[in-house]
Design a protein around this ligand. Structure first.
Ligand SMILES: Nc1nc2c(ncn2[C@@H]2O[C@H](COP(=O)(O)OP(=O)(O)OP(=O)(O)O)[C@@H](O)[C@H]2O)c(=O)[nH]1
Ligand SMILES: [Mg+2]
Length: 205
């Protein structure tokens, strides 16, 4: 059964002091409009669990969703949106930096990038901040429905090359619109939780 079938909204927080204390979590990071909230809805097979909008910069808080058994999925505020006032952008970048480098409960990071223009400077910055923890990263190349089959294959191949220098980093194509890539993403996240909990995937499958 999908890990996400019981996904439920848990809480919204605005600063690092208010993060839930217990449990393990996997976070979704990415530029504003990359498709983070859409991907969460797609995984949960629920159209309006996480807030999606045509206006970039909508997710301006940290939204926690529970998967049950003290496991959480975290929808982080999008970065890189020019229309957000400088002071707010700076607040979130500082917070993301600290969160990625210090959050002990974070067992793995999913970075979502629009497959038409991945690996922007701020995406690389997130990769670098999190690399210091030695924990795994999964890059999700979103909106793959906007690419031809050939473009999608090329994008995936270059993303793999980009990630060669990072140990423990994987990537995949994904489309919320077509619901493609959901099983692979579900599997990666489930694997991280299982490893962190010290359970083999076989026993939980
Ligand atoms: N074609 C297509 N559009 C998508 C896909 N995923 C998301 N979108 C669209 O992209 C826009 C942004 O999606 P969101 O999921 O809100 O993006 P986000 O990363 O959560 O954005 P912020 O909350 O601003 O950080 C919306 O208009 C979505 O409908 C996809 O797989 N294919
Ligand atoms: Mg969002």
């Amino acid at each position: 059964m999908s890990l996400f079938s019981k996904l439920q909204f848990f809480t919204t927080v605005n600063d690092l002091h208010s993060l839930p204390y217990n449990g393990l979590e996997v976070a979704f990071a990415g530029r504003s409009n990359a498709g983070k909230s859409s991907a969460i809805n797609t995984l949960a097979n629920h159209t309006r669990l996480a807030y999606v909008s045509k206006t970039p910069g909508r997710t301006q808080h940290i939204n926690y969703f529970t998967l049950g058994d003290d496991r959480f999925l975290v929808d982080l505020p999008g970065y890189g949106y020019a229309q957000v006032p400088e002071a707010i952008r700076e607040h979130w970048i500082n917070l993301l930096s600290k969160y990625l480098q210090t959050r002990k409960q974070l067992v793995g990071l999913v970075i979502l990038m629009d497959s038409r223009h991945p690996f922007k400077p701020l995406d690389r910055q997130m990769l670098d901040w999190f690399a210091s923890t030695g924990r795994p990263v999964h890059v999700v190349l979103t909106k793959s429905d906007k690419l031809t089959r050939q473009q999608a294959a090329q994008t995936l191949a270059s993303a793999k090359l980009e990630l060669k220098h990072y140990p423990n980093h994987t990537c995949q194509l994904f489309s919320s619109l077509k619901k493609t890539g959901t099983e692979e993403l579900d599997h990666v996240i489930q694997g991280w939780f299982n490893r962190a909990l010290g359970t083999s995937e076989d026993t939980l499958a």
